[in-house]
Each structure stands twice: as C-alpha cells, then as structure tokens.
Design a protein around this ligand. Structure first.
Ligand code: ADP
Length: 395
C-alpha cells in the first residue's frame, strides 16, 4: 500500500463524515466554450465545478482544490493531456481521471489508460454523455474511498488485536511462568517429586504458549510490513554460526549433531540479518525437533547463480508426501504418533516463507517419510554473478 495515497483518502473520509460529501469536478481544456458548457451542465447536476484552460495552471490548482474527478482535454498547446495526467497522478494518486478528445483513436485511448485515465469522452458529446462519464467517475471515486476506509478499519482492528494479544495475553503468561521459575528455583528440594513434576509440566505448557504468542506476533508484524530495513544486506556465515551455536545445546540434549558445510565463501546477501536468523533458526530447530536420537542436521551454504543457496538437511522423521504441500500453511502441523508430543505452533514455516519472499528469495522442501527432510532457501546476492535465475524446486 502507498502510504501517501492512504493518507489522502483517509483525510477525505474524515471530512466526509462531518459534512455532506462534496462532488468536485475539475475540467482542463484550452477551449473556453467547452469549459463553459461543462460547467453549466455539471453545476445543474449539483457538482462543484472548477475549470482551467492551461495544463500547467491546472496542475497547480489541483494540488489546492483536490477534486475527486478530473476531465482533461488530450490535445492542448503547451502541455498535452497525457503529460497532465502523469503529473497529476504524481500529485494526487487518488483523483479519478477521464480524458476528452476530438481525435479518439484506439492508440490514444490506450495511451491515456496506461497513463492512469479510467474513461474516455470523444468530442463532440451530448450533455447526457458527459453526465454518464462524470457520474461513473464519481461513483468510482466513492467506491475507492470506501474500500480504503474499510482497509484502514481492518488494519486498525488487526493492530488493536496484536496489542491486545501482546499485553493482555502475553503479560500474564510471562508473569505466571516467572512465579513458577522462582518457586522451582527456591523450593525445589522441599517439594514432593510429584509436585515438582506437575510444576515442570506447567512450565513447559507456558513455554509452548509463549512460543505460540511469539510466532503469532511475528507473523502479524510481517503481515503489517514492519520488517527490517528495506535494501539491507548482510554476511551469511556469521548468521549461520550464531544460529547453530544457539541450537547446539538443545540438539545435544536430543541426541542430534549439528554440522555446518560451507561449499564456497559467499558475497553479502540481500536482507537483514535478523530476518535471516529467524528463518534459519526455525529450520534448524525443526531439524532438531523432528529428528531421531543419533540423527544429524547439516546447514550447507553455497551459491546458485545470482543466489546464495542455504540447505538445512536433516536425517529425521521426514514428512509424508501428502502433507508436504501444506507445510507452509499457517497453523498446519503434521499429526502422527511421532509428532504428537512435540511442541510447536505450526507457524514457523509460514513465517519462514513470508520472510524469504520479502527478501526476494525462495524456500522449498523435499522430504522422504522416515528418512529425512531438506529445506532449501535461495536468497539474492548483493552482487550477482553474470548468470541467472535459481534452477531449483518451487516451494
Ligand atoms: P511447528 O511449530 O509445528 O514446528 P512449523 O511451521 O515450523 O511449525 O512446521 C509445520 C509442521 O511441519 C510441523 O508441525 C511438522 O509436522 C512439519 N515439519 C517441519 N519441519 C520438519 C522437519 N524438518 N522434519 C519433519 N517434519 C517437519
């Protein structure tokens, strides 16, 4: 969404709720007779009409008047209609534009539409033809403003919901977990083994819930477009090293070994280190979680043309062929006896896919049930080699 466009429409919406909706039409034509007749016809229908005989002056006035609808002659001496449309679009992307022309051809119509006009009125025209175009244009503006209003309301509701989740839901869970931590730390030895076990289970459930809230908020943050700096770049190797280090203890506890294989050193890649670390972290933790005692997880990095290639290969439980296409869906989890007790939100891979796509990359998965899974991520390099597009699988 273009923020300036939204702001303009929003501004009008507020104005429109406190006063009757205005119906402003701006007409630019170098023929004074044409301007006069447009004014007479449209004012009779209740439109506020402003006219101007020059493109340059018209553009200046449009910035002040902010009409909903602009009628512009295609053929004018100093600045023609197409140039006017282009400049008006830069000033006010919301205004609905129709062109008037005495030399209507398919080619000029296409040019005008490509420049951003929505309709076409060939000269000479009758008052009814003018009314039809103007009424249609006004309706179009009204619908666009209405849909922008609804979009805003939806975004506001989402924002409020995210705030609600983070404060009303997350805070008490964090507090409850802290009480349990303190209780277990200070009084563990005084507790009966059964009590200790129940408290430890409660702790684990709260951790699961915090993980779910964290993933859900992360997804909402991505959907709202509040990602790391656009145009960011980073080195892959330190991100891989940091992620692998983070998960080493958990892997050891699960009897799984973590390995890094650098096939060739890489130039910096596009994307911020935080997003990339989130992606790798999800993939490596899955590789550990959905593994077997004695299994391996290997993070292999190399180059594939203009892309850095990152493979996270595990020798774990694998995924049945019928479940593979759903893996990147929000909240999807494979339900089998093997996965029943493994905690998770079903949001990790959806987050990975959104982040990788936002960076301009691709993520794909190959798996064999019972043998293991390989996730392949391709992220654009900042300085691509002379070739090419990625050759691999689709996600
Ligand atoms: P979760 O929080 O459940 O791990 P994800 O979105 O990360 O959510 O993964 C979705 C589902 O995909 C998981 O519940 C699991 O069933 C399956 N899955 C993901 N990674 C692997 C893997 N490396 N091996 C086997 N199954 C996996």
């Amino acid at each position: 969404m273009v923020p300036s466009a939204t702001a303009t429409i929003e501004h009008r919406r507020v104005a429109a709720t406190s006063a009757p909706p205005s119906r402003r039409v701006f007409v630019i034509d170098d023929d004074p007779v044409m301007l006069l007749s447009c004014r007479r016809i449209l004012e009779k229908d209740g439109y506020e009409v402003e006219t101007c005989s020059s493109g340059v002056e018209g553009i200046r006035r449009i910035e002040e008047v902010r009409p909903e609808l602009l009628l512009v002659d295609l053929k004018m001496p100093e600045l023609d209609g197409l140039q006017v449309i282009e400049r008006v679009r830069a000033v006010d992307p919301d205004v609905v534009i129709a062109v008037i022309t005495g030399y209507a051809t398919i080619a000029t119509a296409i040019d005008a539409m490509q420049a951003g006009a929505y309709d076409f009125l060939p000269k000479p025209f009758t008052p009814d033809e003018l009314r039809l175009i103007v009424n249609r244009g006004h309706e179009r503006w009204r619908l666009a403003a209405e849909s922008a209003r609804l979009r805003h309301e939806k975004e506001d509701a989402e924002r409020r919901f995210v705030t609600f989740v983070s404060h009303q839901l997350k805070s008490p869970v964090v507090a409850a977990k802290q009480y349990l931590d303190v209780l277990l730390f200070t009084s563990k030895d005084a507790m009966a083994p059964q009590t200790r076990e129940w408290l430890a289970r409660a702790q684990a459930r709260l951790d699961e819930m915090l993980g779910l809230i964290h993933d859900w908020l992360e997804l909402a943050r991505i959907d709202r477009g509040t990602l790391g700096e656009p145009g960011a770049a980073c080195d892959l190797a330190p991100v891989v090293a940091q992620v692998v280090e983070t998960w080493t203890a958990q892997a050891q506890a699960a009897g799984v070994t973590l390995h890094v294989e650098e096939v060739e050193p890489l130039d910096p890649i596009r994307g911020d280190a935080a997003s990339l670390a989130t992606v790798l972290s999800n993939l490596v933790s899955n590789g550990v979680k959905y593994n077997k005692v004695g299994g391996r997880v290997t993070v292999r990095t190399g180059r594939d043309g203009a892309f850095a290639l990152i493979e996270v290969i595990d020798t774990g439980i694998g995924v049945a062929a019928e479940s593979l296409p759903r893996l990147f869906e929000e909240f999807y989890r494979v339900r089998t006896d093997q996965t029943r007790d493994i905690p998770g939100s079903g949001l990790g891979l959806a987050i990975c896919q959104r982040l990788v796509t936002a960076i301009g990359g691709q993520i794909a998965v190959l798996s064999r049930h019972g043998e293991g899974t390989t996730f392949t991520v391709r992220v654009p390099l900042v300085r691509p080699a002379a070739s090419s597009t990625p050759a691999g699988d689709a996600a």
